[in-house]
Design a protein around this ligand. Structure first.
Ligand code: SF4
Length: 316
């Protein structure tokens, strides 16, 4: 049998699950234990089909809107957060609900509300249509927050004569792009108030930092994650921008185009914050069947963040 070609895999650390995703999944699992099936979940609890399928197998029922939840049903809101109208509607219908919104997203909700109440004109840096952006905009009355997606959007902004202006951001953006947009805002509105602490979360920042370190070292980069996972998509963009133009997002090993990898002797590997570690392990195993793999861990720090569960589930 011919010798397998060599492949050095540079494995990014940190990668994969963050504390907010871990908490959201635990909320669904513990709610199933505590209350039994069915537990309804509004929107994918986190953006990963493997996680969703696993929870469905345990008895969770995923819906997009509350009107798909029958009267008397129990429903969980996803980690991305929801507009205020959603818990209002759940209360109106007498539904029992648990909120799996990541506490770092809730922090942005509180900031936006605080700024609005203090009389600031609020801008949100984020991606139109993402559930987190819909949720954050939905904390304020209709029209009270303006979305900014790019530096070009900043140039095109035509605001009324405001003296107090501030911004918040989506938690899963590119650190570099957001800095550029914030700088453009600051140049246009010198009175701009910036968040005291970055809204881009620790997990997004750390995963991008590790990918930035690996990208210049490798011929190919694979990020494990879903196409609708904002932080996963950002990792691919960051990898391309930092020296690895051949970077791809794959949801799991079964989707890898092995012809794309052929000829390469170095591969970077990371995973978005909603991608289970088992998918990374399966990808390494799939590589080991085709290559003589040397695994190098590139560690850019460790994480020990943990969020409390809703009290009703703590003993489940
Ligand atoms: S990526 Fe960040 S904001 Fe999103 S769930 Fe994880 S820790 Fe929370």
């Amino acid at each position: 049998m011919p010798a397998l070609p060599p492949l050095t895999i540079f494995l990014a650390e940190p990668r994969g699950f963050c504390a907010g995703v871990d908490r959201a999944i635990q909320i669904v699992e513990k709610a199933l234990l505590r209350f039994g099936s069915p537990i309804y979940v509004r929107h994918e609890i986190v953006h990963n089909q493997h996680v969703v399928a696993d929870l469905e197998a345990k008895g969770a029922v995923f819906v997009e809107e509350l009107d798909q939840v029958p009267n008397g049903g129990k429903v969980i809101f996803s980690a991305h957060g929801v507009p205020k109208s959603v818990p209002d509607e759940a209360n109106r219908r007498g539904l029992y609900f648990l909120d799996a919104t990541c506490p770092l997203v809730s922090k942005v909700h509180h900031e936006a509300q605080h700024l609005f109440q203090a009389g600031y004109f609020v801008l949100l840096i984020g991606h139109k249509g993402h559930p987190e952006v819909i949720g954050t905009m939905g904390q304020l009355p209709e029209g009270a927050v303006t979305l900014v997606q790019t530096v070009q959007d900043v140039h095109a902004l035509d605001l009324p004569d405001v003296t107090q202006i501030a911004y918040v951001t989506q938690t899963t953006l590119s650190v570099d792009e957001t800095r550029d947009i914030a700088q453009a805002l600051k140049a246009k509105f010198p009175q701009l108030i910036e968040p005291k602490k970055d809204d881009i979360c620790y997990a997004t920042t750390n995963r991008q930092m590790a990918v930035k370190a690996i990208a210049p070292l490798v011929e190919r980069m694979i990020v494990i994650g879903a196409e609708n996972s904002s932080n996963s998509v950002r990792l691919v963009e960051v990898s391309k921008a930092y020296g690895c133009p051949q970077s791809k997002l794959y949801q799991d090993a079964s989707h890898v185009d092995w012809r794309w990898l052929s000829g390469a002797t170095t591969l970077g590997l990371s995973a978005g914050a909603s991608a289970p570690e088992v998918l990374v392990e399966e990808l390494i195993q799939a590589c080991e069947m085709r290559y003589n793999v040397i695994l190098k861990r590139i560690t850019l720090g460790s994480e020990n963040v943990r969020f409390n569960l809703p009290r009703v589930l703590e003993d489940s």
